[in-house]
Design a protein around this ligand. Structure first.
Ligand code: BMA
Length: 307
């Protein structure tokens, strides 16, 4: 199976554009999960003053969305944790009815990962930051591993030079994190040579954790973002079983090629129904699209196109 035949793009992409939120310049890289008899999401909005904000949305079918024009407010008893202005690239993971919501904060000391929890997408409780600066990407596993909460994250830099390798960490309480282990990083050349970062929360399969991630290449015209996948050991998720050598999805459509940041596909959520994985991804830092693939086909591709 050749690459780019695994994922089929939805025919009416993009599914969400800036018109969905009154003050939006763009809406992209967002987190979507099954909720009630439909779906809920947390959407990254870059406003017309280029403040980056996050908004809740609901949908019956995962395609047509109602997005709250108001910015998410979080309950916090700690002034230090009050939401910073620039908040972006949310991810969501459900564990036992609690939705763990992580995002990147542009703090004065550099990017780091914030977390909040919700059970109803109305009330959000601000929790401790999951990482110190500098870290830009984080996803929480949907179950404990060896009795501990677990996450993948991507330590970063101030944003001016590439640093982009992925690490695994565990915690007994979602506050204290340790057992930091390198998982995988960039390769010498090609679509994942500048940096990589975890996309949607890992999906448990009989063949291992399926992780969709983004890979970045620096061309003479700047960064290009692609999607790839990896399979990781179920009980030792720092051990890579397979990892795509060829990309799974590249920016080829006009809405992926043209936008505020051209040539970006940025996978940020995945929902699995009856063996079909629906991936939501940001396009050119401008809008949100959807593509679907059978989980077994992604696994087959990952195994057959591995390093
Ligand atoms: C990354 C993140 C993403 C963005 C990408 C391309 O560093 O900021 O939100 O989609 O750059 O601009």
């Amino acid at each position: 199976m050749a690459n780019e035949t695994v994922f089929k793009r939805y025919e009416n992409n993009p599914i969400i554009t800036a018109g969905a939120v009154p003050r939006a310049n763009s809406i992209h890289n967002s987190a979507i999960v099954p909720f009630g008899d439909g779906y809920a999401g947390i959407f990254r909005v870059d406003e017309i003053d280029f403040n980056f904000t996050m908004h809740v949305g609901f949908s019956k079918d995962g395609i047509s969305w109602e997005i709250d024009p108001e910015i998410i407010k979080m309950e916090s008893r700690d002034k230090y944790l009050e939401t910073a202005d620039r908040t972006y690239d949310p991810r969501l993971t459900e564990i036992d009815g609690i939705f763990y919501f992580t995002w990147c904060i542009d703090s004065p000391q550099g990017p780091c990962i914030g977390m909040a929890t919700t059970e109803d997408f109305k009330t959000f409780k601000r929790k401790e930051n999951l990482t110190m600066p500098l870290n830009r990407n984080c996803v929480i596993f949907p179950r404990k591993i060896d009795g501990q909460f677990a996450m993948y994250s991507r330590p970063s830099d101030m944003g001016h030079t590439p640093f982009g390798n992925m690490f695994y960490s565990t915690s007994p309480d979602m506050v204290h994190w340790g057992k930091h282990r390198f998982v995988f990083g960039t390769v010498r050349s090609g679509w994942q040579s500048t940096k990589i970062g975890p996309g949607p929360a890992p999906i448990e399969t009989a063949e291992g954790w399926l992780l969709i991630y983004h890979g970045v290449w620096t061309s003479c015209n700047g960064y290009l973002y692609y999607a790839g996948a990896a399979l990781l050991d179920l009980e030792r998720p720092w051990e890579v079983l397979y990892r795509t050598k060829d990309y799974l999805l590249a920016p080829t459509e006009i809405y992926e090629r043209v936008g505020d940041v051209p040539n970006v596909v940025f996978p940020s959520s995945a929902v699995v129904n009856d063996g079909v994985l629906r991936m939501y991804y940001g396009c050119a830092d401008t809008c949100i699209s959807m593509a679907e693939a059978r989980v077994e086909d992604i696994i087959k591709f990952t195994k057959e196109h591995s390093y």
